[in-house]
Design a protein around this ligand. Structure first.
Ligand SMILES: *[C@@H]1O[C@H](CO)[C@@H](O)[C@H](O)[C@H]1NC(C)=O
Ligand SMILES: *[C@@H]1O[C@H](CO)[C@@H](O)[C@H](O)[C@H]1NC(C)=O
Ligand SMILES: *[C@@H]1O[C@H](CO)[C@@H](O)[C@H](O)[C@H]1NC(C)=O
Ligand SMILES: *[C@@H]1O[C@H](CO)[C@@H](O)[C@H](O)[C@H]1NC(C)=O
Ligand SMILES: *[C@@H]1O[C@H](CO)[C@@H](O)[C@H](O)[C@H]1NC(C)=O
Length: 512
């Protein structure tokens, strides 16, 4: 028998996703439960808490995605798989079922695949600590300052210490992603200890850690970084689902997009399309000015996404599979990188990418004129008009770039590789740790059962759609070697030259 204290701690892990609900639970209901053998009412209590959770959450007002959607399963009658574990056999008050989620004995054969090009950036991302000989506990703990949670893997088990809630369900689906990676490659990752910040913008400025007397930068994981920061980039939550805006996990969604984007190029509207929330960056506000007006046609069709209205009306106008109807799709960053890039690239249309400042884990390997068309951010409307005119008069070129962009996300960004990226990043990171991680007192064990079984509505539906059914029979793909100074320079030069070529064409065009 485990002690009540232990049970209480475990329950906290389940409800840490919903802190207010947990506080209510622990202050008012748990003490009653503790007094006697009220086992039979436990199920009732859980339903009660679930009701509180739903009511609390629907009252939350949100700054970016709009109001929280009702967490009811959507009406579309799709096949939703069951979890590969039986929730009715799991008593979540006892925490994770022991042993079942480890599969440490699972054997797999080596992979004969080399990982995609973007895995090379893992070496670049970790270089600051490699150069300093490794990562100490002190460095990790210095990253706590802005982190939403600390995550550890010890003996093949995941532990999370939550510091503060993240925006919407970003942390929940990030944990889900890591747990699924652990289901895919059980027992294969060495012990590790990391800090994770779920906010948009990177914070570890490389300038603060330059010079012989500077301390080592704290290693901090997040979803994006830029050329002036050292944050370690990790796949974002949307790969496992974004219930607040009804965006499905990338696995099933990418398959639906592939089916939907079969539309013939000649049938697509010959304009550049963008739809989103414009109030998150200057570039997006500037983009509004490029919309069709009585005075001007820049060949752009710009729409504002009203998330509150969409939420009320069941997301019928924000279905991504219906947004591939234009030959040109604009990508422009919001507060940081935007999760929309993969959906835009998946359309089989030509992606017009407004010069990005931020990068996520895969975007550094995208090549202008191969996967997308680069757009100048300081002359947006003219640059968009030029690209559309160019594409409409050089259809095979535009179509080919559109195809290659889609091929990139369908093949190199499939979930198997997303898991492999996470695996290799964490594996390389763990090699740099100069101490043996120990589980902090306040951390709780996490497993798919303890997150998935008590979940409800759309959260549960997405978790089911993104669950890893069984361990992989092959090991992760083989890491490519690091860039050396020559190959890195060559890659960056090529990228820059391709952009310059487009600017030259644009300027020549402007003079005529
Ligand atoms: C789950 O477990 C319960 C209780 O042991 C059992 O009655 C039920 O049939 C199981 N369901 C599945 C799908 O295996
Ligand atoms: C798992 O591996 C251990 C040690 O290698 C062994 O003792 C044990 O019998 C194995 N269990 C199973 C279920 O194969
Ligand atoms: C991990 O495994 C080792 C060896 O089996 C054991 O000594 C240690 O207590 C375990 N640590 C945890 C946190 O379970
Ligand atoms: C852009 O123009 C189209 C067509 O005139 C219009 O439907 C749409 O609302 C406009 N978008 C914005 C952001 O004003
Ligand atoms: C860098 O790598 C390339 C290809 O692997 C190799 O040809 C070249 O000699 C290397 N250059 C340096 C400076 O190590």
């Amino acid at each position: 028998m485990e002690s009540m204290g232990e049970n209480s701690k475990r329950l906290q892990s389940v409800f840490s996703v919903f802190p207010e609900a947990y506080r209510h639970f622990s202050e008012t209901i748990w003490p009653i439960f503790k007094k006697g053998p009220f086992k039979t009412i436990l199920i009732f209590l859980l339903f009660f808490v679930a009701a509180i959770i739903v009511s609390l959450w629907t009252n939350t007002s949100l700054t970016d995605g709009g109001m929280l959607s009702s967490f009811l399963p959507s009406k579309q009658s799709e096949e939703i798989p069951e979890f590969p574990f039986n929730c009715s056999n799991i008593d979540i008050s006892k925490g994770c079922p022991s042993g079942t989620h480890h599969h440490q004995n699972h054997t797999s054969s080596p992979s004969d695949e080399e990982c995609p090009h973007y895995f090379r950036w893992i070496h670049e991302n970790l270089r600051p600590w490699k150069e300093r000989g490794g990562i100490t506990r002190e460095m990790v703990e210095r990253a706590k300052h802005t982190a939403n949670f600390r995550l550890l893997i010890v003996n093949g088990t995941v532990y999370v210490e939550r510091y503060s809630p993240a925006f919407q369900t970003r942390d929940v689906f990030t944990w889900w992603g890591i747990l699924q990676m652990m289901r895919r490659y059980p027992g294969k990752l060495p012990d590790l200890d990391l800090m994770f910040d779920c906010d948009d913008q990177p914070v570890i400025r490389s300038d603060d850690y330059k010079g012989p007397l500077a301390s080592a930068p704290p290693p901090l994981f997040r979803y994006c970084a830029d050329d002036t920061t050292l944050d370690i980039v990790f796949p974002d939550w949307s790969f496992w689902g974004w219930p607040e805006v009804n965006i499905k996990p990338w696995g099933p969604l990418s398959k639906q997009l592939m089916k939907a984007n079969k539309m013939k190029w000649s049938k697509k509207e010959p304009y550049a399309h963008w739809k989103g929330n414009p109030y998150t960056s200057q570039n997006r506000l500037d983009l509004l000015k490029c919309n069709l007006s009585r005075q001007q046609d820049w060949n752009a069709r710009i729409y504002v996404q009203d998330w509150e209205k969409e939420t009320r009306e069941g997301f019928k106008n924000s279905d991504l599979t219906k947004q591939c109807t234009h030959r040109y799709k604009i990508y422009v960053e919001g507060r940081g990188w935007s999760v929309s890039e993969k959906y835009i690239l998946a359309c089989n249309s030509l992606a017009l990418v407004v010069k990005p400042r931020y990068y996520d884990f895969f975007s550094r390997s995208l090549m202008p004129l191969k996967h997308y068309w680069p757009i100048k951010e300081n002359d947006l409307c003219r640059s968009i008009k030029f690209s559309v005119d160019f594409g409409n008069s050089h259809k095979p070129v535009a179509q080919e770039i559109g195809n290659l962009g889609s091929k990139f996300v369908q093949e190199e960004l499939k979930m198997e590789y997303v898991y492999d990226y996470m695996f290799h990043l964490l594996n390389e990171y763990s090699k740099l740790l100069m101490y043996k991680p120990t589980v902090p007192e306040r951390a709780v064990e996490f497993c798919s059962e303890i997150m998935g079984c008590p979940a409800s509505g759309l959260v549960k539906q997405f978790m089911k759609q993104a669950v890893v059914m069984a361990p992989s029979n092959t090991d992760p793909c083989n890491m490519p070697p690091p860039f050396n100074s020559t190959t890195l320079r060559a890659f960056l030069d090529k990228k820059e030259n391709q952009e310059k070529d487009v600017q030259t064409w644009e300027n020549q065009n402007g003079q005529h």
